[in-house]
Design a protein around this ligand. Structure first.
Ligand code: PMP
Length: 372
């Protein structure tokens, strides 16, 4: 950048954005990339062909705006959840947007905003705080126990003290992999409602990888409880940008007050519908990844490392005196993992068996060197 070029802070930018950095995992060109919790398996060729067919069909109507309410897609998502998440939901209870990040943004636009507060439990998905900030919502972080589970008593006390408008619960939690049990969610939900009506958003982006059942059934009779999901992980379609939520129909009505008209393109809707036709094949990959996840946990543990139990498609491990130096040493061996800034810990996304082997070899070499 030249010396005379305008910087962000030279612009009349909102005060709370001054000096901040954008979200960004490094995208480096190395042989093994296990840093963004993507699904390592490309979509099967059959599905690629079906996407081409459905997109071609959609292209014939691109002179028109898409279905603003994405009704067909929402009804297929409702069927998917009803079949796999232990609770029957209707089309009216499901809403879809461009990635679950956009779902979370719409929720914060509707239920957060200036003068309001969101509470999460860090370390957790950093975008919860960033989207809060972007929507003018104040952000507060509640505590976790040493094993990265939510400290329920402290969380209940934080809710009573800070009276948040939105509470985020990430299960399985990114970056720790920790699943949250239904009792914890109910305790937080009850504590929050005891103060005032409060939205509790359960981010289940990695729900399909969990050993535990989905928390979706908890939405029954609780109009302030929302579950968000994504096709970026289990469906292996991070490039599609399709996230969704399930909640009381009133929540779906509320997000429609803030969504942009025609936010979900006809091409996106067609692609997602094609992917949903291949759910069973895609969930087969999820089973393979769960097996590989459990293998990574076992092998890292066998190396003498401390591994956080994982219900996701990634594993947090440590404890390193200098986690960033270890991250760099693993990268020097051609494997990109993630330093999320959790002291002493690193996170690896589950890859193909070959990628996981390459990762384990790199960690073995690095830990051996450290012991010297
Ligand atoms: N929630 C969590 C916990 C995540 O880790 C991610 C992606 N890293 C998302 C939501 C957003 O995913 P997407 O926008 O691709 O649906």
């Amino acid at each position: 950048m030249s010396e005379n070029s305008t910087r962000i802070d030279d612009l009349p930018i909102r005060e709370e954005l001054r000096g901040k950095s954008p979200y960004g995992a490094p995208q480096l060109d190395v042989p093994v990339r296990l840093n963004t919790n993507e699904n390592p398996y490309p979509l099967p060729e059959e599905l690629v062909a079906r996407i081409a067919e459905r997109v071609t069909e959609a292209a014939r109507g691109l002179n028109r705006y898409p279905d603003r309410d994405a009704v067909e897609l929402r009804s297929r998502l409702a069927e998917y959840l009803s079949r796999t998440a232990g609770h029957r939901v209707s089309t009216e209870q499901v809403w879809a947007a461009n990635g679950s990040n956009e779902v979370l943004q719409q929720l914060l636009q509707a239920f957060g905003g200036p003068g309001r507060t969101a509470l999460g439990f860090e370390p957790s998905y950093s975008m919860h705080a960033l989207i809060s900030r972007g929507t003018g919502t104040a952000w507060l972080s509640g505590p976790r126990n040493d094993d990265f589970t939510i400290d329920v008593d402290a969380a209940v006390a934080a809710i009573a003290e800070h009276r948040p408008d939105v509470v985020f619960v990430c299960s399985p939690n990114n970056p720790t992999g920790t699943a949250v049990d239904a009792e914890t969610v109910l305790a937080l939900h009850d504590a929050a409602q005891a103060v005032k009506p409060t939205m509790v958003v359960v981010d289940e982006a990695y729900g399909e990888f969990s050993h535990r059942p989905s928390l979706l059934p908890l939405i029954e009779g609780r109009p302030t409880l929302v579950v968000s999901r994504t096709m970026s992980k289990a469906f292996g379609a991070a490039g599609l940008r399709l996230g969704y939520l399930a909640a009381d129909p009133a929540v779906v009505d509320a997000v429609q007050l803030v969504r942009l008209p025609y936010h979900l393109s006809a091409v996106t809707q067609a692609t997602a519908l094609a992917a949903l036709e291949h759910t069973d094949t895609l969930l087969g990959y999820v089973e393979q990844l769960k097996g590989e996840r459990d293998r990574l946990v076992a092998e890292l543990t066998a190396l003498g490392l401390e591994v956080t139990p994982s219900d996701a498609n990634f594993v947090q491990f440590g404890v390193f005196e200098d986690a960033h130096a270890t991250w760099q040493a693993v990268l020097d061996r051609g494997v990109l993992i993630r330093d999320n800034g959790v002291p002493g810990r690193l996170r690896v996304s589950v890859g193909t068996p070959e990628e996981n082997d390459a990762f384990l070899d790199a960690v073995r070499a690095v830990t051996k060197e450290n012991q010297r």
